[in-house]
Ligand binder design. Structure first.
Ligand code: SAH
Ligand code: SF4
Ligand code: F3S
Length: 480
């Protein structure tokens, strides 16, 4: 039997896509390989967010060139965010990727249902049991989950925000929300198979069901940058999203679709769901109603990842982040008011074009003011085709970006150390994710990683652990 191996890069969304990619490969008759060496089909599910991410992919692909010379039948495929959403088969973009030795096959992740046909183009003898029409979209492919206990469920694809630095809207296309019932069904099936924790995924989850496409359908131009983008007809246009199976509409409410979705999924606690998370919301669409849910819904965990990107209003504007520092800090205040112990994390970019030292220091101040538990920091990297790459000069020198990055890191470490110290002596609930011999690790409701020892097999179980030591970024403890 032919075997496949997938190299995955990037965010949780990509890892989630890989679960669907694995499922379809197995339907096509491939079996998983342990290493690239024993694989007949090696795939790259790529990330494009920063140049470094792409360089990593190219580096790994170079290693395959020799392997392919020794085994000419080895098939190599590329998908993910390096394959632009706008590219169609045989487009210039894909041609360029295809010309890269050792690549045979380039496809957009949405074209996953067509994979059998694409393999056949390269290997005419390949027999595909799936015809293109079998699967309407890649969401219909039931994923082959890495973990049955902690599962990711994508609720939307693409992004409409067009932050000036970001490749995602180009890589993943227009924001499209999945119908609510489909998401609830997928969550229910996962819980049925033993899921204790569900993380809902999307680029801006809080705009679920309210994006331009959802509301309008039609054609939209964004600052003249994206000509004639055709939005699919909004799946929610004029419709209530919770249609019951017999087709009858439920009562219309003014509630935000994302709020309704969380409430619906929370009901799965009756079937065994313990924890619900989502990543990530966008500050523009985040609201008090959503914050309050964190205290009202039993499964919704006390952790919110709310990316800010900069603490300075001019930089935020140049980034097209559509909110102000004050708006963001007000949201933080509301979180602390309603859920005082809520863990909060964020994303920050250092060295955006034109960012002065003073402006950067406002990001440092903001981190301190919000007392973030965690932050993902990045040095600005111009991405081809984005507004900032075209129109804003990448004028913060490399060394200065690195210095700012380290300063953000040092600030985070100091805040985080104090945050973790607060858990000393407390008994925390841990969902065990890994076990290597006696050494177990998992996360608390606040998303803090905890290490402890046990002789019993605990993976997938919820256990109580008393914290005996705290570090900058993890906890240690003993089972109670
Ligand atoms: N949708 C999420 C972010 C997805 S991308 C949001 O809106 O916040 C993940 C992170 O990568 C971003 O939050 C940002 O901090 C970083 N990032 C994106 N593009 C970048 C670029 N060109 N250079 C540096 N960091 C970037
Ligand atoms: Fe990128 Fe902005 Fe969309 Fe996030 S919201 S994916 S940063 S364009
Ligand atoms: Fe990368 Fe695409 Fe995610 S660019 S961060 S894999 S959405």
């Amino acid at each position: 039997m032919n075997k496949y191996f997938i190299n995955t890069y990037g965010c949780q969304m990509n890892y989630s896509d890989t679960e669907r990619l694995s499922a379809i490969l197995e339907q096509l008759g491939y079996a998983p390989a342990q290493t690239e060496n024993e694989a007949d089909f090696v795939l790259f599910n790529t990330c494009s967010i920063r140049q470094k991410a792409e360089d990593r992919v190219y580096g790994q692909m170079r290693k395959l060139v020799r392997m392919k010379r020794e085994r000419p039948n080895l098939l190599v495929g590329i998908t993910g965010c390096m394959v632009r959403e706008s590219s169609t088969i045989n487009s210039e973009e894909q041609d360029k990727l295809l010309k890269q030795e050792p690549v045979d096959l380039v496809f957009k992740i949405d074209d996953l249902p067509k994979l059998g046909g694409l393999i056949k183009e390269v290997q005419p003898d390949f027999k595909t049991p799936i015809s293109e029409g079998d699967l309407e979209s890649y969401f219909h492919i039931a994923p082959k989950r890495e973990s049955k206990v902690q599962v990711w469920v994508p609720i939307q694809t693409g992004c409409d925000k067009f932050c000036t630095y970001c490749i995602v809207p180009f890589a993943r296309g227009r924001e499209t929300s999945r119908p609510m019932q489909k998401i609830v069904d997928e969550c229910a099936a996962a819980v049925e198979s033993g899921a204790a924790e569900i993380t809902l995924l999307g680029q801006t989850v809080d705009s679920y069901g309210i994006s331009v496409q959802d509301k309008l359908g039609g054609r939209v131009k964004i600052d003249g940058e994206i000509p004639n983008v055709v939005f699919n007809q909004g799946i929610f246009k004029g419709e209530n999203m919770m249609a019951s199976s017999d087709g009858a509409r439920q009562k219309e409410t003014a509630e935000r679709p994302f709020v309704t979705l969380l409430k619906e999924i929370d009901k799965l606690k009756a079937k065994g769901l313990k924890r619900l998370r989502y990543s990530s919301p966008h500050p523009q669409d985040f609201c008090e109603e959503l914050i309050i849910l964190h205290k009202e819904l039993d499964t919704l965990q006390p952790w919110i990842h709310l990316p800010v990107q900069s603490g300075n209003n001019k930089v935020l504007k140049d980034m097209r982040r559509t909110y102000t520092r004050e708006h963001y800090l007000n949201l933080i205040k509301l979180i602390k008011k309603h859920v005082p112990d809520c863990a909060i994390s964020t994303d920050i970019i250092a060295g955006f074009p034109g960012e002065t030292e003073e402006e950067f220091m406002e990001s440092i101040d903001l981190m301190k003011e919000m007392e973030c538990d965690m932050a993902f920091m990045a040095q600005y990297s111009p991405r081809r085709g984005t507004y900032s790459a075209k129109h804003l000069k990448d004028d913060v020198p490399k060394e200065e970006k690195a210095r700012r990055f380290h300063m953000l890191n040092d600030t985070l470490t100091e805040i985080s150390r104090q945050k973790y110290a607060q858990f000393m002596g407390q008994t925390v609930e841990v969902l065990v994710e890994r076990q290597d011999g006696q050494r177990c690790s998992g996360r608390t409701p606040h998303y803090k990683e905890v290490f402890f020892n046990s002789g019993r097999d605990l993976v997938g179980k919820l256990v109580s652990v008393k914290v005996t030591k705290t570090d900058n970024f993890f906890l240690k403890g003993e089972l109670v």
